[in-house]
Design a protein around this ligand. Structure first.
Ligand code: GLN
Length: 479
């Protein structure tokens, strides 16, 4: 029999519904592969012991023709999405034994679509990082080259999809955590418009930036999965009250009206000549497919990184204050008094990167510095958003590289600023709340490289369509 894990999500849906194979068979193929490869890659923190039972139930539903749109499809969830009665760690010792009393909307929607949960994927602690090296549960390796990182913070999900250990996976992107690992692992990753996907039950890092999304092997696969997790949720006050269109239909339809903006000020400053060459080669491929391009100017975009590293830590310092050793999460042993309990629970439960961010955040928010840092960062954030809004008067999407480099070796980046620069091209879309996708665009020394399309608000369909066009004219996503 053919290896079912090689099939695309589209083909798996078809195969299951035509009963060419069962969900139990499909789920089993993945579980066997996970058992072997997870020892090396470490992309899963926990495996769902009920996966085969869930698959059996799906097979019954398929037999009765009472099925969800992805009935029987095995997926992996970033361990930031709560699942009722299951452990959700967020990559931290703080939540090592935390059993969630309720499920995230993303999980629930995928469950209702019929998917089988294979397990929870490894991630940087509280989603803070770009290499998966800050996880309490150890590094994740990149299946393309196991000496290198998969990117972060959703490195486990990216590694699992690239190694074909699940059909697709969920992730979150606060500053680039879906797109950067997708680029490093040679897969497709999409972060929708802020508010498109509910944040309910998704453990908070920086609430005005956090957004759930999808890792998959192609834009078409991603469009199917994204459609399932999108939509209004009254439990999330920032959820957008608009029905999501069929992203799959939008991705597939003939669209000859693409006008893609090239932000001159960014592209001219790409340091690595190979990254720049790859960018222009990708432009050529799309031009041949009938896409037009236009140079644009995105002013103030160069401040994105410093603005992000004020706003994200500020919000994280507030969000993470709930981990006090009292209500839930890690509690230190034999506290002397209440203060000791707070102090030691947090000192022992959080890792270094998280502590650093909390310190930066509380500093930026403290009386006397609030105006100088936090308020100023918010003002510049607005200017950045305005430059995007202006740009979208002339173009339908914007193209840039996903990252300035390919995946790097484990422990090779020690300088924190160098690590933060990983997200130099991805952060602007988060600050503005825009949808953005990364797709594979070639290789440098056998390591994958990604290009990124940023779309206008709620126009995920446009960038999925453009990505699909690119993938129909290239084979990078299948390599
Ligand atoms: N790498 C960025 C950070 O460390 C982004 C993380 C993310 O998107 N979750 O904050």
């Amino acid at each position: 029999m053919t290896d079912l894990t090689n099939l695309s999500l589209e083909d798996q849906i078809e195969g299951l519904s035509l009963k060419r194979f069962s969900s139990v068979e499909l789920t089993n193929s993945y579980l066997k592969k996970i058992e072997k490869q997870n020892k090396v890659l470490n992309c899963f923190i926990s495996i769902n012991e009920n996966a085969l039972d869930e698959a059996k139930k799906s097979d019954l539903k398929i037999a009765k023709n009472d099925k969800g749109i992805m009935e029987g499809i095995p997926v992996a969830h970033k361990d930031i999405f709560c699942i009722k009665d299951q452990v959700t760690t967020c990559g931290s010792k703080m939540l090592e034994n935390f059993v969630s009393p309720y499920s995230s909307t993303v999980y629930e929607k995928l469950f209702n679509s019929g998917t089988i949960n294979l397990g929870k994927t490894n991630m940087d602690e509280f989603a803070m990082g770009s290499s998966n090296e800050t996880s309490f549960f150890g590094n994740v390796l990149n299946p393309i080259d196991p000496e290198r990182v998969p990117g972060g913070s959703s490195g486990g999900s990216a590694s699992a999809v690239a190694a074909k250990l699940c059909s697709f996976a969920t992730g979150t992107d606060t500053g680039g955590s879906i797109r950067q690992p997708a680029a490093f692992c040679g897969i497709t990753g999409i972060k929708p418009t802020y508010g498109r996907v509910s944040r309910w039950g998704m453990i908070a890092f920086a609430s005005s930036l956090d957004q759930g999304g999808i890792f998959a092997r192609s834009a078409l696969d991603a469009s199917i999965a994204l459609e399932s997790i999108s939509g209004f949720d009254e439990k999330d006050s920032t959820s957008i009250n608009k029905k999501a269109p069929s992203f799959y239909n939008e991705a597939k339809r003939d669209d000859d009206n693409h006008v893609v903006g090239i932000p001159k000020n960014i592209i001219e400053n790409i340091k690595d000549a190979k990254v720049k060459t790859n960018f222009y080669e990708s432009v050529k491929i799309l031009e041949k497919a009938g896409v037009s391009f236009k140079e644009i100017d995105l002013s103030n975009i160069e401040y994105s990184l410093p603005v992000y590293y004020v706003i994200a830590p500020a919000e994280c310092s507030a969000n993470l204050s709930r981990y006090d050793g009292v209500r839930f999460g890690y509690r230190c042993e034999n506290p002397k008094d209440l203060e000791d309990l707070y102090e030691r629970s947090r000192a022992e439960g959080f890792g270094d990167e998280v502590k650093k961010r909390i310190l930066i955040g509380t500093y930026c928010l403290s009386a006397g510095y609030y105006d100088a840092y936090y308020i100023k960062a918010q003002k510049i954030r607005n200017l950045i958003k305005e430059s995007f809004v202006n740009a979208f008067k002339d173009v339908s999407s914007i193209m840039m590289p996903t990252c300035a480099n390919v995946s790097f070796k484990l422990n090779s980046i020690q300088n924190p600023v160098e690590m933060y620069e990983q997200d130099i091209y991805t952060i602007p879309a988060n600050l503005a709340g825009l949808p953005a996708i990364s797709i594979p665009s070639g290789k440098i020394n056998d390591l994958p490289l990604g290009i990124q399309f940023i779309g206008n608000y709620l126009n995920e369909g446009n960038i999925l369509n453009l990505s699909n066009k690119f993938q129909q004219n290239t084979n990078f996503h299948n390599e």
